[in-house]
Design a protein around this ligand. Structure first.
Ligand SMILES: Cc1cc2nc3c(=O)[nH]c(=O)nc-3n(C[C@H](O)[C@H](O)[C@H](O)COP(=O)(O)OP(=O)(O)OC[C@H]3O[C@@H](n4cnc5c(N)ncnc54)[C@H](O)[C@@H]3O)c2cc1C
Length: 400
């Protein structure tokens, strides 16, 4: 089968790209290894993790009619309270101070995955290969040939533009011969839903400790999504705690800012590594989302950044012509550069600086917290960046 564009990977970012390409006039195909019939949960990131969708992502997912498929709308994040264990000072961020109703909204990844799946199924012109796994790629002058395993047999697809949206362990990245830089943060994040004796009210909490970040995010179901970072060597011991012991540890590390923890749901552990593709563009091919950059979840930027990759690409494909032409891909790289560099620096910097226990770092951080709290001019660029407005902003993501 011949296609203009083949997206490999129908996770959150690949599915987002398929939606954004609707109406482009190109013959688009989406190849995804895991069947939706197995339950959308079976896809690698359609799981229990809580995703903070930045304001820019909420704009885009609303315009793409994805959020309309959610069972419950995203829980708005209107205020954020940031502290560091052992440092003095706190940073309080209030969306209304920036003329906004919200910084973003929280969804459970499984729910967003199901909403994207429903949106993708409703796309009239999209060809879906699912479950189908791409197993080999060959370049042939003006197109790519893909060998795809499907229903126990093999088929061949061709594409004038190949998009690798196949996640951290990207097959496309390695088949294109693109190397990666890997940083292991030696940290594991424990993720679960928790209830406290106080109702959630649009406030998110972020607390940094020597062994990693803690976050409490207000969820659409009225619970908090909790994230607790632990040093890798302690992860097994923390995973083995009973629910009561786990809640006690959370309470001890978090304090009583959000009330008393009363219940914890299923706990999932994520070892955290950063994986950066050495380049994101190759002849008639590019990498987006986690295939291009898998970053530390602190700062809640990974999906938001990947979605902006997809939106930027879709916007560059609105004028017909050859989808894989080199100038178009060069323009894509240029338009993504600032957002990508600043978001990577923000996430990595936050992960490192807030985990460093040295005394001088304590002092610097405390001064930093005080400056941020009392010099509002410093907060504004930080806030607009975290809301998804860095560098060149795709039209679908811009505020109305
Ligand atoms: C604990 C945690 C919390 C997070 N919180 C946030 C947050 O608050 N905000 C945020 O923006 N981000 C967050 N992230 C990051 C976010 O989850 C990821 O950036 C996002 O899920 C990446 O989506 P993706 O589509 O690029 O990759 P994936 O979701 O990994 O999708 C890749 C898809 O490709 C398919 N595939 C792979 N190989 C092949 C092949 N050969 N053929 C066909 N299909 C293939 C897979 O089956 C899969 O469905 C968090 C991450 C973690 C771990």
């Amino acid at each position: 089968m011949q296609h203009d564009i083949v997206i490999i990977g129908g996770g959150l970012v690949g599915a987002g790209l398929a939606c954004a390409l609707d109406g482009s006039g190109f013959n688009v195909a989406l190849v995804e290894a895991v069947a939706a019939d197995d339950g959308a949960q079976a896809r690698p990131s359609f799981d229990e993790r809580n995703l903070v969708l930045a304001d820019a992502s909420l704009n885009a997912l609303t315009r793409l009619a994805v959020l309309a498929h959610l069972r419950q709308p995203p829980a708005p994040v209107q205020r954020i309270h940031v502290t560091r264990a052992g440092d003095f000072g706190a940073v309080r961020l209030n969306a209304s101070d920036y003329g906004r109703e919200r910084f973003g909204g929280v969804v459970v990844a499984r729910d967003l995955g199901q909403a994207l799946e429903a949106a993708v199924c409703a796309l009239p012109a999209l060809t879906r290969y699912c479950p189908a796994q791409v197993q080999a790629l060959d370049y042939d002058e003006d197109h790519w040939r893909l060998r795809v395993q499907r229903d126990g047999s093999e088929c061949t697809l061709s594409a004038r533009l190949l998009v690798g949206a196949d996640g951290s362990q990207s097959f496309v990245r390695s088949a294109l011969g693109i190397g990666e830089d890997v940083t292991d943060y030696q940290q594991t994040l424990m993720v679960s839903a928790v209830a406290t004796n106080r109702a959630t009210d649009g406030q998110a909490f972020e607390r940094f400790t020597d062994s990693g970040p803690l976050a409490l995010l207000p969820r659409p179901d009225g619970l908090y999504g909790s994230v607790m970072g632990v040093a890798r060597e302690q992860a097994d011991a923390v995973a083995a705690l009973s629910d009561a012991e786990y809640l006690a540890l959370l309470q001890q590390r978090f304090g009583s800012r959000a009330g008393r923890f009363t219940r914890v749901g299923k706990r999932v552990a994520y070892p955290i590594r950063r994986v950066l593709a050495k380049q994101c563009v190759a002849p008639r091919a590019l990498l987006i989302g986690n295939a291009a950059q898998t970053i530390h979840p602190v700062g809640a930027q990974g999906f938001n950044l990947g979605l902006r990759d997809a939106l930027c690409l879709a916007e560059l494909l609105t004028d017909g012509g050859d989808p894989g032409e080199a100038q178009r891909l060069a323009l894509y790289r240029e338009r993504r550069r600032e957002d990508r560099e600043r978001t990577l620096a923000f996430s990595d910097g936050l992960a490192r600086i807030t985990a460093n226990p040295g005394f001088s770092m304590h002092l610097l951080r405390s001064l930093g917290f005080l400056a941020l709290e009392h010099l509002p001019g410093l907060k504004a660029p930080l806030v607009s960046g975290a809301m998804g407005y860095r560098g060149w902003v795709p039209a679908l993501a811009r505020p109305a």
